[in-house]
Design a binder for this molecule. Sequence first.
Ligand SMILES: Nc1ncnc2[nH]cnc12
Length: 366
Amino acid sequence: MEEEQTTDAGAAMKKVYLAVNILILAVGNCGGPLIMRLYFLRGGKRIWFSCWLETSAWPVLLIPLLAAYTRRRRAGDPALVLMRPRVFAAAAAIGTMNGFDDYMYAYGVARLPISTSALVIATQLAFTAGFAFLLVRQRFTAYTVNAVVLLTLGAVVLGLHTSGDRPEGESNREYLLGFFLTLAAAALYGLILPLVELTYKRAKQALTYTLVLEIQCVICFFATAVCTVGMIVNKDFLAISREAKEYELGKTKYYIVIVCIAIFWQCFFLGAIGVIFYSSSLLSGIVITCLLPVTELLAVVFYHEKFQAEKGISLFLSIWGFVSYFYGDIKHNIMTKKKNKNDDIDDANNNVQTAETQLADQTCIP
Ligand SMILES: Nc1ncnc2[nH]cnc12
């Protein structure tokens, strides 16, 4: 009984941590694209720089990692890092992929209206679902399949009619390239999420949240390194001060905008891998996709982007998919709990019967 209460308390805490990570992901997922779009809308032109910003706030994570290290040392464990070489190699490979993915994503944000890029990114969920099935043997219920189909359909509906959305002064070629690179970013990030889950599963070492933070640091470090090379080749570092001077909102606001981009995106990546740790890559993908309508609504409010019929239909399908996933999840949890309870009752009955049989055996006269 006591054990059952401890397990219940553990499961409840896990739900709380999961909710906190979903919240962090939500902040990054809505704030990141909006503030990045603000950079481009008001005079920012540097794509490598903007994608460098996506992961460059990783040193912030050294603060909690230092605190964890101090606590470990006090407890008599002097290990500076928990991560073993195997996990480091996986995180480095994922980080490098993430760097290229960031570029493709940032190109899309620069060329497409936020509402369009957000909805193309919705296709990411289908890729995540497919790769999660192949890599981590993700099990699907009718509700998860329904959610994935609806959310993906939402993006397809939008994709059928996007040309009316092209920003003024942008060529058809630039627009199309933005569209396809965003789609490629969705596919690649759809692969990255299950790869993170696979890294956790094959870590061959104790998995703790501190280790998750270390993994996040390595992923972001390598992604930032890729973008740093891109920035050097494109001479972006030299252009920053000029861009700041010419920025429509002024120099101070330029720097505020870029700091905000870095912080919001760090929240996004941290939340995404945290949700994988406490649940699965599929849920991470579902949360990212489900938050798109919120980003869209905010884009229509803040940037006065058009809200055509396709976006309305797409929004409806996204909400439906979102509700379907969580309805299925809640139903599954209730059924599992019921089944566990019935199993416990059956076990208890069996034990009583066995004890009675044993007693009868002992008392019967040979
Ligand atoms: N680099 C990226 N950042 C945020 N969301 C993404 N979705 C796909 N790629 C992404």
